[in-house]
Design a protein around this ligand. Sequence first.
Ligand code: ZN
Length: 440
Amino acid sequence: MPRFPLFPLLFAASCAAADPPLALRNVTVVDPARGAVKEGQTVLIRGGRIAATGTEVRVPRGAREIDAGGKFLIPGLWDAHVHLVLGTEIAFPALLANGVTSVRDMGGDLTRVDEWRRRIRAGEIDGPTIYRAGPYVDGPKDAPDRLVIRTAAEARAAVRSLQKRGVDFIKIHNAVPREAYFALAEEARRAGIRFAGHVPLDMTPEEAASAGQASLEHMATLVENALAAATRRNESPVAALERLDDAAAVRLFRGMAANRVAMTPNLTAEYAITNRGSAELESDPRRQYVPASLVRYWSEAFQRKPTAARQLLLRRFYQLVALMQREGVTILAGTDLGLRDIFPGFSIHDELRLLVQAGLTPAEALRSATVAPAAWMGVRGVSGDIRKGVAADLVLLHGNPLQDISQTARIHAVVARGRLLDREKLDAMLAVTAKQAGSR
Ligand SMILES: [Zn+2]
């Protein structure tokens, strides 16, 4: 996996070094990697980073001290699948208020995303750390923010131009033609840049896994081709799953694990698609955190009611998620922020609950939103952990998420790049998102 030696420097430059040190005392530190807790810890934060953790940490004079007795500290969460140009910067306060301190942007206008990124790094606005793909690499399609490739030569040129623009990875979508796909895979390997996304319509997930695609997005992409054909012929989507019985799925997942191909199931999005238009979703109060224009677009653009068979498909997706975890596939928690019925920050907690409902342990679910995406992005040691040297992105919870994953949503405070955001501040931030969303 390629490394990004610049990241720590960029991080250090963006941190509020002038803030006094912050000490969280008597806190229970949750380690998602080991699935264990350590009680009675002091976590010392200085210059935006974790300076020390342990029971015998010396707290410097002048430090701000917080008694965190009875609270549980987890690493700041990642949402590994967002589209910021859809959720817009309005989402930023809600993301942070929900403990989402890093995002992987899976496609959108690079200039716009990079302007947000610059302003966040400069401390001009609050927001998560952004890793981004820029435009979707896709075949010809009537959709925005596309870099269209038809041939192998165009695929190679696309990799080179995206690398020159400094993207963190390449996102591919489902209309990339086979020949172009394999050329892109080869060029990306040569350039040392990862590519991730959908399985193209004329390919199988097995082919994508052995070509080195670094992550597959959405459970539905495992049956992308068959699902599209079923929709076209107005057939039950469940038929699309016939090619993926347990034996075939185990073969696929073993291949993915061996090739270190991660999977972002996007169960929240699959749930939302399956239950689109239901009273539960239509009246979800969290719609207030989504730009009003986007909510209008949701109801105009997705009119068709899901079929009853979609419920069977969803149930099968849950089984497959459990199976892939058992077979050693790295799972990344991502929501598809921007899509219908996905709410900034809030939905990552839904995703974690659904992953546990599917069969992951709470520790496995927590890993999928902390250490796993950090490792995927090549920034383990910078993000996703609670130990010395790592960015001070932290979430202080009321209860133990290893016992009950829904505790991740019971947030007492967030630390974002070393800055403490207490409950009062977090509520104020949510109010900002709601206010701006209403008028947009
Ligand atoms: Zn997406």
